[in-house]
Write a protein that binds this ligand. Sequence first.
Ligand code: TPU
Ligand code: MG
Length: 564
Amino acid sequence: MTYTVGHYLGERLAQIGLGHHFAVAGDYNLVLLDQLLEIEGLEQVYCCNELNCGFSAEGYARARGAGAAVVTFSVGALSALNAIGGAYAENLPVILISGAPNSNDHGSGHILHHTIGTPDYSYQLEIAKRLTCAAVSITAAEDAPVLIDHAIRTALREKKPAYIEIACNISAQPCPRPGPVGAILTDAPSDAATLRLAVDELASFIAARKKPMLLLGSRLRAAGCEDVAIRLADALGCAVATMAAAKSFFPEDHAGYIGTYWGDVSSSKAQQIYDWSDGVLCLAPVFNDYSTVGWTAWPKGDNVALLDSRHIAAGGKAFDGVHLRDVLEALIERLKDQPKKDATLVEYRRVHTTPAQPAPAAPDAPLVRAEMARQIQGLLTTNASVIAETGDSWFNVMQMKLPHGARVELEMQWGHIGWSVPATFGYAVGAPERRVIAMVGDGSFQLTAQEVAQMVRRNLPVIIFLINNRGYTIEVQIHDGPYNNIKNWDYAGLMNVFNAEDGHGKGFRATTGAEMEKAIAAALANTQGPTLIECVIDRDDCTSDLISWGRRVATANARPPVAR
Ligand code: TPU
Ligand code: MG
């Protein structure tokens, strides 16, 4: 059998640990898809459209470290690029692979289908360059190994998406076989001199403070530092808070954990401890308008040290070219024989009171948000992963207590409503051993609903909580108007549509606590397909955190232009 460009690409994807790639067929990628089908251990998984295909690969990358989506030129790729922007924002190495015009057509003056009707096809590559860390176009088989390796290596190093387009007549051309995967996995080491100085600076930052604490951000996972952050917390003995987008990136049963720091909408007492602390070590944070609650809670100044995946800023000095992992390892070593700096944790224990567990609602009372959240909390086992959509689902999941091992996935930087449905699909394909739970609002669901059909197709026992509050409640809290009302759907009824003649999905509508409980029991018994539970609540029934946060964000949005 001839070894081809498509084989090379597929083998590299398998080598970096992918067991699957997501695809939508089109004539520019059909031959490539044939080649990928021939790679052992790399399964092809189909999506309903390319936006969902991109988000499925993004969800898969959350479960497996990387993902890949294969689409056709322009009509497919331009939709997928939205999800690639999301992968960039969320620090996930998703490889977008697009079929492209025949190599003989490039520069020929020919006008081709699926293009904008001009003979220059470079626009897609140009757009991709803005949304990825590496974008390559393969129009000759000889160039394929170096270009493919460059794109995949850069994506894995940077934890950002990459783009590979392959001319449709090139993917089945002969190609050499790839060497060992080490060639694309190894990274440049930290600069030793900079590392020593950075650790000196951080050690004196800590030594000069009586009440340090740790604040963990959403880039911690991409930096590969979740485990070492636990050891740093142990070495310091101080309070540890996570930022909202980093929920579940630190074990919530850890003795030092004090909850989410999110300005006014923090977990109980976390903001008080943050304000009291005289030195905050921020690990891999992202400070944007949402995470700073409309710029009202933005850690900066002399008492803040910023530790990013390859950059440290503390004590008025900046250090580049050091891996966060190396920095933290060395810092832990320095702290080893020193007394614990546990003042923030001691203070937290003094002021913290354990909130009473919410009592179950009367079984036949109309379903309310609090009862819905209480029941979902009950499903959070150590192997649970909750994929929570933009909307009040963010605030609901933030209040949940995670047992050791439970994970939460959020897309707070990109915030594309509808992300959660395909991302849940991709995540469930990537992590079949986990109990995958989606929380998605009615408005969000309407963007990407059809991907539930792929969960049916692959018999994935995902549980989807669809919160039907008849509209865009998060937007209502920021700025209301008629545009926040949506057409109602029979969401539970959709499952019959998706099942057609061979599916095992189930749909339920819960208007009371008792109905929701029954639906959950049925969901747990359904091992052959997804279960969608439509939770019907009032339009105004949302968390108070959403209301407070929404007000702050609205204020930030409404800042008048600065006079010139
Ligand atoms: O819980 P709830 O009602 O807030 O969630 P639901 O029903 O999913 O509504 C979400 C409303 C929403 C919109 C319309 N949140 N953000 N947006 C703006 C928006 C529009 N289009 C995209 C692709 N992403 C967005 N975030
Ligand atoms: Mg809604």
